[in-house]
Design a protein. Sequence first.
Length: 124
Amino acid sequence: MITKIFPMLVAAMLFALGAAWACEITVTNDGEAKEFYSIGDQVILKVTVVLTHRNCREGIDATKFQPEGLEILGATPWKETNRNTYERLIKAEIDSAAENEAILHARRTCNKEGGYGAIKLLIK
């Protein structure tokens, strides 16, 4: 019985440790949120990155953005709002490539798993 439970416990502990190492990335609408957007609408998105492992070798500028159905028009510099917490505003426009939704992906890759966050905007 113990030999069956032990591997599951080890796997759960490794999963928990991996999750603790990942950066937390959230992307939210910083302006007036709508239920549906139209092509040409401009949005202000706030990206927040919390470096949960505190000693990342990758600087905050290593955060990469991948827009789908969005054109990034500009962005503020990263600002440290708390210890190991950074924020940046991104101005984007819904472009003609957007069909039913537009998405902004934010990713970090490092030797401690990195992190991922995204926002999905519905298009009507």
